[in-house]
Design a protein around this ligand. Structure first.
Ligand SMILES: Nc1ncnc2c1ncn2[C@@H]1O[C@H](COP(=O)(O)OP(=O)(O)OP(=O)(O)O)[C@@H](O)[C@H]1O
Ligand SMILES: [Mg+2]
Length: 309
């Protein structure tokens, strides 16, 4: 580990740091208060996790949640699709959505990695629902049979099966086609399961080339980056969720700079805000001002970690 001296602070360049290119991101102050105490926080507010406590319900996130809620409550809409720009909160939104589904009415299986072939995906779904060891099911027919039994059992319990496939842009056309076949399963005309595809913008294009699937997607929504006003609310919300009394640490001009550099993408906002919080702490600024945000943005741009202005 290399150690740099910068003013009165020692900087440790930690090889495991999440942002290895930014030199002031992982440090240790030799004296004075730690970052959390300095900013009156209980925990770090801008970590790249899917902790639903930090979920900010922006206008589009709210709309996505309502639409997904409608999709599964109808139980007759077969297929839904949540797409969105990279880093705009698809995965966190679907995590919040599944957290809110009542387990006595829904059985939810979420597949985080959808790049597998259909047979493997079905096997993972079966394992998630009934935990049966895979050795008992050899071949496609046996798997399909197990799946039928499961949805019959769930239907008898008056529970609807919801299958969510994240990163669905990785699915091959053949897998998408087989998934579509699953949505044919019904009892007295009532659908027994709902499939939700979640993925990056390529998913829309992929699906558009498969009319049989495209036509069955009865509900879709696309998440865009946050607006300028939402970016300020977003930063405030995450700071408050991390324990700050008011969440007001970024003055308006600092939010403007962070918004311009991130283009409103929450993942980029997190990166900038996290580093600016640390920079301003090291400099002992009273707030995370535009000088701190500019310094971070310059550094990220220099290392081509942000879109060029
Ligand atoms: N509405 C939100 N509220 C709080 N944090 C958010 C929100 N949206 C995104 N984030 C944060 O931004 C980061 C990226 O979010 P997420 O992984 O959900 O985006 P994504 O659209 O699924 O990205 P990808 O296209 O890479 O799959 C996460 O760290 C998440 O905590
Ligand atoms: Mg995601």
């Amino acid at each position: 580990m290399r150690v740099y001296r910068f003013r009165q602070w020692r900087f440790h360049i930690c090889p495991a740091t999440f942002y290895p290119d930014v030199r002031f991101c992982c440090r240790e102050k030799t004296e004075a208060v730690d970052l959390l105490t300095y900013w009156r926080l209980n925990e770090r507010p801008f970590e790249p996790t899917w902790d639903t406590r930090f979920f900010f319900e922006g206008r589009e996130h709210d709309e996505a949640l309502s639409r997904l809620g409608f999709l599964v409550s109808e139980q007759s809409m077969l297929l839904g699709m949540l797409t969105g720009e990279v880093g705009c909160g698809k995965t966190l939104t679907r995590a919040v959505f599944t957290d809110h589904l009542a387990t006595d009415r829904f059985c939810v299986v979420t597949q985080e990695n959808s790049s597998f072939r259909f047979n493997d995906l079905l096997e993972l779904v079966l394992r998630a629902v009934d935990g049966e060891p895979p050795s008992r099911r050899r071949g496609k027919l046996a798997r399909y049979d197990s799946f039928l039994k499961i949805i019959e059992r769930l239907a008898a319990e008056k529970r609807h099966l919801v299958l969510i496939f994240d990163e669905a842009q990785e699915m091959s056309p053949a897998t998408l086609n087989e998934l579509k076949q699953l949505t044919n399963l019904n009892r007295a005309g009532k659908s027994l399961l709902t499939v939700i595809l979640v993925g990056q913008p390529e998913l829309r294009e992929r699906v558009a080339r498969l009319p049989a699937i495209n036509q069955r997607i009865s509900l879709r929504f696309h998440l865009h980056p946050l607006s300028r006003a939402e970016a300020g609310d977003y930063l405030r919300h995450r700071l408050k969720a991390a324990g700050h009394p008011s969440g007001d640490l970024f003055p308006p001009d600092a939010v403007d700079r962070a918004y311009e550099a991130s283009q409103g993408v929450p993942r980029e906002l997190n990166r900038i805000a996290k580093l600016a919080l640390e920079f301003a702490w090291v400099q002992e600024y009273p707030e995370v001002n535009s000088i701190a945000v500019d310094a971070v943005v310059r550094d990220l741009r220099q290392h081509q970690n942000l879109p060029q202005a």
